[in-house]
Design a protein around this ligand. Sequence first.
Ligand SMILES: Cc1cc2nc3c(=O)[nH]c(=O)nc-3n(C[C@H](O)[C@H](O)[C@H](O)COP(=O)(O)OP(=O)(O)OC[C@H]3O[C@@H](n4cnc5c(N)ncnc54)[C@H](O)[C@@H]3O)c2cc1C
Length: 414
Amino acid sequence: MKRTIVIGGGASGLISAIFASSKTNEVIILERNGTCGKKILATGGGKCNYWNANQDLKYYHSNHERELKKIITKQNQQEVLNFFQSLGIIPKIKNGYYYPFSNQAVTIQNALILECQKRNITIKNHSYVKKIEKSQKKFIVTTTEEVFFADSVILATGSKAAPKTGSDGNGYLLAKSLGHTLIEPLPALVQIETKGSYLKEWAGIRTDAILTWYENGQRKMQETGELQLTAYGISGICSMNLSRYISKGIKNGKKEKIKINFLPFLSYETKEQYLAWLESQNRIVQKRTIQELLEAILNYKLVRIILKETSIPCNKNFQQLSLCQKEDLITHLIEWSVEITGTKSFMDAQVCSGGIPVTEINPYTMESKKQKGLYLIGELLDVDGSCGGYNLGFAWMSGMLAGKSCKGEKNDTN
Ligand SMILES: Cc1cc2nc3c(=O)[nH]c(=O)nc-3n(C[C@H](O)[C@H](O)[C@H](O)COP(=O)(O)OP(=O)(O)OC[C@H]3O[C@@H](n4cnc5c(N)ncnc54)[C@H](O)[C@@H]3O)c2cc1C
């Protein structure tokens, strides 16, 4: 009988244990928390967005992105979907985002733990692994209480994001002790902090917008979606998706800026076209003040802030504005510029960019190239996904591959 030890009972650890277990391979999960899958419960606002129908590689990020196409294959995607179906999970799919039909993350956590129990996988909670050594063919895994011997070890300790859920970055040290290197982890999918005298006033506003990100004055990327304006800056999926790049830019001393377009339903190219549109709106609503005209389109609090910033009196009619005032108004509506001062910390981040380089593992099996029998999976690796179920998606696919390999099953694409 062989033995696999899985360190970390999060999303990737649980699925890897299930795929690793067989009549000839005993599996033990060592989890530091009192229960497995604590982070799963926090995902998708408690509903767990566990997958996305659109598995385009552009939603997965890494310093070695070319390696990812060997992991995120059509076959692996289908196997993950089959796996969840085999657990009895019925998906509720909204714009391609998968949630369990119950709308409760606990459904996913329970299904994984019950499957572990069905397969006689031993789950040892309150087991913090502090050391892994290799002596000849066996691994020696030491927790604060016990010592275990294993033929293979799956390291599934997560990153440094959301340390309250158990992932505090100690897994990087365990991987390094076995010969791996580390690409500096930075907070990703995290809120962005900005400057501005209006921040207190705009806190609480939610509005759809197009964000354009600039680095050192150079236009870099655009994201569209619901934006949350907060007392520290901005949040919401569209800004979170930019945060991985902004964290890195700030770390490297670059000047980061975002321009907000509060009129995402228009797709004009020039300011003259926006001006003409505003004139046509004014003709429709006739005799309204500029404040009333804009309140028919945007959140009323936002309208007041925009008018205050442009110093346009609220009670003026659109025709009474000078061309200069009209142009200034358009600039504030479609190019509201925010100067970025930083991002929130690992405490608030959903994931990390950086981690153990994917070039240090075999992407078909997730086995370490530094240490035979050691596997690295999930967020511990230098892979982070966009919002939308991609981070769990990577946890499932990488965990499944490692588990199959420990059991001795060959991956067809190998
Ligand atoms: C608030 C929030 C919302 C999110 N929402 C989504 C979403 O909707 N969709 C999505 O795809 N992704 C989401 N994510 C990201 C996703 O949850 C993670 O990418 C994913 O859980 C990573 O899985 P993992 O197994 O690699 O690591 P983790 O889930 O972090 O699991 C690591 C486990 O290892 C344990 N551990 C660590 N060190 C040790 C040790 N030394 N000994 C023993 N145990 C140890 C930890 O306690 C933990 O249980 C969200 C994250 C957060 C924080």
